[in-house]
Write a protein that binds this ligand. Sequence first.
Ligand code: GDP
Length: 300
Amino acid sequence: LVRLRARLARSNSTLGQGLLSLLSARDLDDEAWEEIEDTLITADVGVTSATQIVENLRTKVKVLGTRSVDEVRELLRSELLGQLNPDLPRTVRTEPHGNRPAVLLVVGVNGTGKTTTCGKLARVLVGDGRRVVLGAADTFRAAAADQLETWGSRVGAPVVRRDEGADPASVAYDAVARGMSDGVDTVVVDTAGRLHTKTGLMDELGKVKRVVEKQSQVDEVLLVLDATTGQNGLRQARVFAEAVDITGIALTKLDGTAKGGIVIQVQRELGVPVKLVGLGEGPDDLAPFDPEEFVDALLT
Ligand code: GDP
């Protein structure tokens, strides 16, 4: 945890330090506030949130008549936290229902870190003494199933796969069936991230979901989003969110960006809580998203 905190802090410090130095270094005139807003926008916080943060902060600083660095930092902290909606439910639902495993669908554009996130998630669960089955429903690339198998053997979770080009829904079905017959706790299904047409995607993900729901229930649909892709990634994520009901976001590669503000924008835009963050390529580089910890790291 300490390591994760350090890594978050490193990737975020540009934003936090930038803001704090702007807030403490000079007269807070119109130009200064504009600069603060620009800094937030540059860090991918998003225009709406950046405007709100600055407006609220400006009002509070004025009302309190404060320029003390500690007080301003505290005000900024509570603004950032407020934007993150700290009361949203963040727990990833992985608990089985009686003799039925929990089923998680992991969706998102190729390259965002879907397969890696499935592997890391399985690792966390197995580490907690759970039994997990992984489903390789990204059947458009044989390499994706191979990659998932590598993760499966690494973390101790069997992988259900079929030949390249097989129906993704049938693989999801097989994975859940295997999970039920083996009596495992959780089935994690990696899906195809081809962003062809919205209708195609809806049909495909919709079918995967329907097929699983015939056997069990879908407990989570996690959307994987690459934090380094900014507006473009967000645009693509929106297409997924329209195609299937997302229950949570796994924001990957936060270790590779100084634009940690994307967490705020993603949540606002998609209306779904960030539940997990990816902080590296290794098996232990997945953490639950904790808004307080995140904001503290930002302002460290
Ligand atoms: P997929 O196509 O969505 O399944 O993406 P992959 O799981 O294959 O990941 C694409 C690349 O991103 C791989 O090289 C991963 O190691 C890397 N990756 C995934 N998550 C993270 C992360 O949190 N941090 C970093 N630095 N790299 C990541």
